[in-house]
Write a protein that binds this ligand. Structure first.
Ligand code: C2E
Ligand code: CA
Ligand code: CA
Length: 835
């Protein structure tokens, strides 16, 4: 008997087999007397139904077993005829098969095939004897051979068919391997049967019965012992394999069903054969639903490939277990995570590969991990990707650009203009709120798939992928600028802001993200320096400019210790008397290779790098020392003052007061002779702090002047609160003054304002006679500009002071080093350079 355990044994095959079996049974009875029971027959039948049915011999290399009862069948063929052997074979097979397949069809098929095989072999044995072609001495041997061969060939047929259907292997190969090995086993049994049959001629039935009973008892005791042993080891069947819960004990089944982890038993094809409650709960599906499904129906498509590959290795025995985390899409759209552990075992008796799955719900842990990961690469305030993630995205874009020729993407560097002022004046809460709103506005300005990141305090970056041309990036930049400048109401404050944007167009030539981001930054820097609230597209010259700037920074660090700085002095003249009232100290840098560098170029760099603190201290000291020297050289009733510029950084320096008073002390200059020039924007950036700083400087006795007045956005209402001595009208108004134009009106307003507040006024950048005349008309007290003198060296400045001391009141200084003659006629002033 060969028992098949295949889900795919086709029904028709089964019915054909059963029909053949019935025919064999009917034929075996045909023409024969009905059974004449004797002791031997009773013994054979008893053996078949008891010991014979429980002892199974595995067919090597095939998933089949042969029951020991087949020995009895062979004996029956030898001692009786078809009428006994055929029903006995059917009975023996049915009894053995029904033990592990309670669905009747398969045992019936096996029994029918056994009947057919037995009928054919019994008929063959009879024919051989009847024909007398075989010598009597060889008859038994040949009989046994034929019996074994016929049984093996016929019984293996459905097994072979089933295997072929299930696995698609070559039918011939399977069939042969099963029948050949089956034949070996059958031949072995037939040989025993031959011995038993021969022996039965001279051994009495009682003795045989006793021997067999003893053998049966011994076998039973032995199998009991083996079972107990393996049960202690916690394993399954005596051959050390796991057993299926469906075939195991009730307690095992219950343990499976009620296990807190999800469990399932799967076929090698991934069909679920058994599932437990926990698995159903975890996957949000009923057990019935799961049993109708395959692995692919509840594993996330992205995980399916690796899972199937892993399972394959387990099936082949390359790996003992598959252990991995898997996503399960749930019906409500959510995703559950499970830790899978998949192992292999063989189904008892049939030897088919089965998989046992244990699935532990790890959704909570995974979500926590995901959140950690998300936080690690996102900005907490705005939820946007941070710099690290942005760099990753740019890397991807670079490699994409390499793969696809001609593809273009762009990186935008965006910086909020005046964010610091908003943050300092309205508070950090408003600042944070503003950043969040700006983040959301940026997101709505880009397409899906583009990346918006926050890379610094008020700095953002945008990655625009798949561009046709750079015009698209410019369009996005414009959209952002328009969107960002819409006023925002935060806690009752109307906040306006703008953005400066640098655009770096990128193709495959870039190697690393940092280079792209640096170029976008450079372009942004350019946009800022060109007046903010605008965008600039990066070009190579900007890079040169940036490199240049970097070099400047390096050189600047060395310049102070190498004595490359010096000061030029520009006179400040009374427009009434044309006497020199003081000088403005203007720092100069003599670069060893590049010659003179304008303070406009290096002061911002010094500010950015913090070098301004040391440089400012040096300038202040040098200017005070120089003025103290002049005051001694040219004593006067009305001593001159020295104006020194303070940059924003210097002004915000906490130890400024200390520094100034130290310098005054060491140089011996009277504090009233020092006038500090602070720009309007430096004061307005942080009104509270600035007011306090101004008050303390004032307390030292120092004079204070607001530089470039009129260009900032100072609120006039604040002005009276500051302890200011002088307003310095910005050059841009003075140089554009003409007749009664707008600039003249501005100058007039500033003069009146200063008079009302008890301050005096200095007009910067006086270049022409007309400007001078207008300023005098408007009542401006002091002037400074090329009309009188360019900034000059200390030596020349000393000479000018000496010269003007000897001047008539109708003469003043002018045109660089020479003193112009000024004709004082009512209403008109003309300057004639001195010969
Ligand atoms: P500022 O304080 O507004 O200085 C006046 C600038 O106007 C000087 O340029 C001066 O040379 C120029 N100027 C004077 N008269 C005329 C004129 O009639 N026409 C024209 N077109 N320009 C005139 P300079 O020396 O290049 O300084 C530029 C800026 O650099 C200064 O502007 C100031 O903000 C800064 N700076 C100069 N020296 C120092 C310093 O020692 N410390 C600090 N913190 N900043 C300084
Ligand atoms: Ca100045
Ligand atoms: Ca100025």
């Amino acid at each position: 008997m060969i028992i098949v355990n295949s889900d795919r044994a086709s029904k028709s095959l089964a019915w054909v087999s059963i029909a053949l079996g019935v025919c064999a049974l009917l034929l075996s009875f045909n023409g024969q007397d009905l059974w004449r029971p004797d002791a031997r027959l009773a013994f054979l039948t008893l053996f078949t139904l008891s010991v014979g049915a429980t002892v199974l011999v595995k067919v090597p290399k095939a998933k089949a077993y042969i029951a020991a009862s087949d020995v009895a069948v062979f004996v029956a063929i030898l001692l009786y005829d078809n009428s006994v052997a055929t029903p006995l074979a059917a009975l023996a097979t049915l009894t053995a098969a029904i033990r592990f397949d309670r669905r009747l069809t398969r045992p019936l098929v096996a029994a029918a095939l056994a009947a057919v095989a037995t009928f054919v072999s019994a008929w063959g044995a009879n024919q051989l004897a009847a024909w007398g072609v075989v010598p009597q001495s060889a008859l038994l041997g040949i009989n046994l051979f034929i019996m074994a061969a016929v049984r093996a060939v016929i019984s293996a047929a459905p097994a072979a068919c089933a295997t072929v259907m299930a696995k698609g292997q070559s039918r011939i190969v399977t069939y042969f391997s099963t029948s050949v090995w089956g034949f070996v086993v059958y031949l072995f049994m037939a040989s025993i049967a031959g011995l038993v049959g021969t022996a039965s001629a001279w051994v009495s039935v009682d003795v045989a019965f006793a021997v067999l009973a003893a053998v049966g008892l011994a076998y039973h005791a032995c199998s009991l012992y083996m079972k107990e042993g393996t049960a202690r080891q916690g394993e399954g069947t005596p051959d050390g394999r796991l057993s299926l819960p469906s075939e195991g004990s009730e307690s095992l089944r219950r343990a499976f069903n009620d296990a807190p982890t999800g469990m399932a038993i799967l076929s090698a094809r991934g069909d679920l054969l058994r599932v437990n409650r926990s698995l159903g709960k975890m996957l949000g599906r009923s057990e019935e639903e799961l049993l109708r499904s395959g692995i692919q129906e509840f594993v996330h498509p992205d995980d399916l490939g690796p899972v199937l590959a892993g399972v394959k290795d387990v099936i082949k025995g390359k790996e003992l277990y598959l252990r991995t985390d898997i996503r399960h899409p749930l019906k409500d759209g959510a995703t559950a995570w499970a830790h899978w552990s998949v192992g292999r075992f063989f189904a008892p008796y049939t030897d088919e590969v089965r998989l046992i799955l244990q699935a532990q719900d790890v959704t909570g842990r995974k979500l926590a991990e995901e959140k950690l990961l998300h936080d690690a690469c996102h900005d907490i305030l705005t939820g946007l990707p941070n710099r690290a993630l942005f760099i990753d995205h740019v890397k991807l874009s670079i490699s994409r650009a390499r793969r696809r020729e001609g593809s273009l993407f762009a990186v935008l560097f965006l910086d909020l203009d005046r964010f610091k002022i908003i943050n300092d004046s309205l508070g950090h809460m408003v600042g944070d709120e503003l950043l969040i709103i700006v983040a959301r506005r940026l997101e709505r300005c880009v397409r899906e798939g583009d990346t918006v990141a926050r890379v610094g305090g008020d700095e953002f970056m945008v990655l625009l992928d798949d561009l046709q041309d750079i015009g698209e990036a410019i369009t996005v930049a414009e959209r952002i600028q328009n969107d960002v400048k819409i006023p925002i109401n935060i806690n009752g404050h109307e906040v306006f802001t703008t953005m400066s944007i640098g655009i770096a167009p990128c193709s495959a030539e870039y190697d690393n993200p940092e280079d792209i981001m640096r170029d976008a930054d450079t372009a942004m820097y350019r946009a800022k320096s060109l007046g903010k609230a605008r965008h600039e597209v990066f070009d190579k010259t900007m890079h040169a400019f940036a490199v240049n700037l970097l070099q400047l920074e390096t050189d600047l660090r060395k310049a102070l210790e190498r004595d490359q700085f010096f000061i030029h002095y520009q006179p400040i003249v009374s427009l009434d008397s044309f006497h020199i009232r003081g000088f403005e100290a203007l720092v100069r840098w003599a670069h060893p290779e590049r010659g003179f560098i304008s303070p406009m170029d290096f002061i911002p760099v010094a500010e950015e790098t913090g070098l301004i603190v040391a440089l400012g201290e040096w300038t202040l000291h040098e200017a005070c020392r120089q003025m103290h020297h002049w005051q001694h050289e040219f004593p006067s009733q009305d001593p001159m003052f020295i104006s020194v510029n303070l940059s924003t950084k210097q002004f915000n320096q906490p130890n400024l007061i200390e520094q100034v008073s130290d310098i005054l002390r060491t140089t011996g200059l009277n504090p009233r002779a020092l006038k500090l020039e602070i720009t309007e924007s430096a004061v307005m950036e942080n009104i509270e702090v600035a007011t306090e700083m101004l008050r303390q400087l004032r307390a030292l006795g120092v004079q204070l002047s607001i530089d470039d007045f009129g260009t900032g956005y100072s609120s006039l209402s604040y002005l009276h609160r500051f302890p200011i001595d002088t307003l310095k009208i910005d050059r841009s108004f003075v140089s554009r003054m003409s007749g009664n134009n707008e600039n003249t009106e501005i100058v007039r307003t500033i003069v009146v304002l200063a008079q009302n507040l008890g301050m005096d006024v200095v007009a910067e950048g006086v270049e022409t006679n007309e400007q001078l005349a207008l300023l005098r008309q408007l009542g401006c007290e002091y002037g400074q500009g090329y009309y009188f003198s360019r900034p000059v060296s200390d030596v020349e400045a000393g000479r000018i002071i000496a010269d003007t001391r000897a001047l008539q009141p109708d003469r003043a200084i002018g045109d660089g080093r020479r003193l112009p003659r000024i004709n004082v006629e009512p209403g008109t002033y003309t300057a004639t350079p001195a010969a």
